[in-house]
Design a protein around this ligand. Sequence first.
Ligand code: 1Q0
Length: 240
Amino acid sequence: IEVCPGQKFQVSLLLSHLQAGPTDPSDVLLEPYLASWDELVKFMESLGPMVGLISKEIETKTTIIRQLASSPEDNPEAELSPEILPMKTGAGQKEPAHIPGYRSVRSMIHVELEKDMVDFQQQTDSGCRTLLRLHRALLWLKLFLEKLADTPMTGRLRSPSDLCREAYQKSLANHHTWFVRRAAELAFIAMPERNFFFRLVCVQDQDELNIVLTRVVRALEEVYNRTQIALEEHGMLDLP
Ligand code: 1Q0
């Protein structure tokens, strides 16, 4: 997969973040997970102000998890065992780059359950319920990219806008209020034509787009499936 110079969103970066996520045993590292979303936000920003609402929403969610991950007072073990923490080098600061409790999806689940931070009855800003929002959006993205990669044997290629709407109705829409579903309609209108995606990922035609997107979808799937299993095992697929 080529690196496109001068473009903000880089599909190669998205792919490498997604591939850096999975870790053993059946877990996903949070830092690359959130970095994948940073890259997707760059894509959204290239679509203009119509979808600004969505990139803001993603940034709000990633910021919540990052703040939890970097607040030492909420993470006693960060202070107990500073020697195992990756340190931000440079200024000689003793500030942890991230906290072990929020290293991965499973470690976050364990830390938050242990500290009774996950509310199964009402809405809070726990990392788990916040991750669940991003996780559901990842399913939408997977469905959308699968459809965009697909090259029908007969008939013409359908517009990304329609594919986007279909993917949304099968996934995220089920979790959104009426108002948010209307807002999503606006985002579908802003979805660019297929040629935009050729340029975005530096390919010439649909066959090449298929190759690139298939790789992204595989990486996405791995991250999605692992997160899904971890959340499911802890009864966290419906956190308010
Ligand atoms: C042009 C892109 C179209 C995107 C289609 C999805 C539309 C979703 C619209 C949602 C508006 C967001 C407003 C807030 C929603 C929240 O209510 C909701 C629940 O949170 P909470 O705290 O109230 O319980 N939040 C979410 O569901 C979070 C995620 C929403 C946004 C998901 C959009 C993901 C976009 C990814 C970038 C697409 C890149 C494709 C490029 C691929 C190139 C190879």
